[in-house]
Design a protein around this ligand. Structure first.
Ligand code: PGA
Length: 252
């Protein structure tokens, strides 16, 4: 099955309106004649501006959010719901990013709630999973990653999960400059796909599994060339137009 590759930029809590518009232009130019998909996961407040730029430029670039509340609505001061994002025309959302899990103590259960709320509101969730360095050294990588996936599958079912996007992001590789080698990443991606296949058979072939963790202009090509790596979720390197353009081309 031919899976369209994705180059996704996770801008985290960086940027401002002026820088975002410049970066958007570069992402848009890179996406224009690319076979792959280009996505931006932006801070909430900038999503309307980016959606307006997308519209003005008739751009293929997908605009998404980095997080949503684990509740549908109510007295949750400071939170933003899946329905609100859908309301303004946002289409995608990251769920369970390791920074949410580790810094804000978000559990597998909360992540599964968010994932289901995203789906119920017509948003495409990107489920982020990954092990810490201690877990890898204790040979718990697969147990951790699969339990993060199973927590969501228990809620929505494996068939539904297979229609969305997963991002494998080893925590020790995020923002550290230490990338998983293509073989290390492929090993986990293949195991995730085998786990899905055991539940849904051939449908597991359509699930796009992105790699994240210090992807940059020099390593994207060899990572994205691996059989089960369907593109990347890119933090630091998505804040520089030139480097990210190279990464987009690797996904093209
Ligand atoms: P990084 O971040 O590319 O800066 O390692 C990846 C991510 O957190 O999604």
């Amino acid at each position: 099955m031919n899976r369209v590759k994705i180059a996704a930029g996770n801008w985290k809590m960086f940027g401002n309106s002026v820088q975002n518009a410049e970066l958007f232009n570069a992402f848009h130019a890179a996406a224009a004649d690319l076979g792959g998909e280009v996505m931006i996961f932006a801070p909430f407040v900038y999503i309307p501006e980016l959606l307006a730029l997308k519209k003005q430029n008739n751009s293929k670039v997908v605009i998404g959010a980095q997080n949503i509340c684990d509740q549908a609505q109510g007295a949750y001061t400071g939170e933003i719901s899946a329905a609100m994002l859908a309301d303004i025309g946002c289409s995608h959302v990251l769920v369970g990013h390791s920074e949410r899990r580790s810094i804000y103590q978000e559990t597998n259960e909360a992540t599964a709630e968010k994932y289901e709320l995203a789906l119920n509101n017509g948003l495409m969730p990107i489920l982020c999973v990954g092990e810490t360095l201690e877990q890898r050294e204790a040979e718990q990588t697969m147990a951790v990653v699969l339990s993060q996936i199973d927590a969501v599958a228990e809620k929505v079912g494996f068939e539904t999960l297979c229609d969305t996007i997963i991002a494998y992001e080893p925590v020790w590789a995020i923002g550290t400059g230490k990338t998983a080698s293509p073989d290390q990443a492929q090993e986990v991606h293949a195991a995730i796909r085998a786990h899905l296949r055991a539940q849904v058979g051939e449908n597991a072939k359509k699930t796009r599994i992105l790699y994240g963790g210090s992807v940059n202009a020099s390593n994207a090509d060899e990572l994205f060339a691996m059989t089960d790596i369907d593109g990347g979720l890119v933090g630091g390197a998505s804040l520089k137009a030139d480097g990210f353009t190279v990464i987009c081309n690797a996904a093209g």
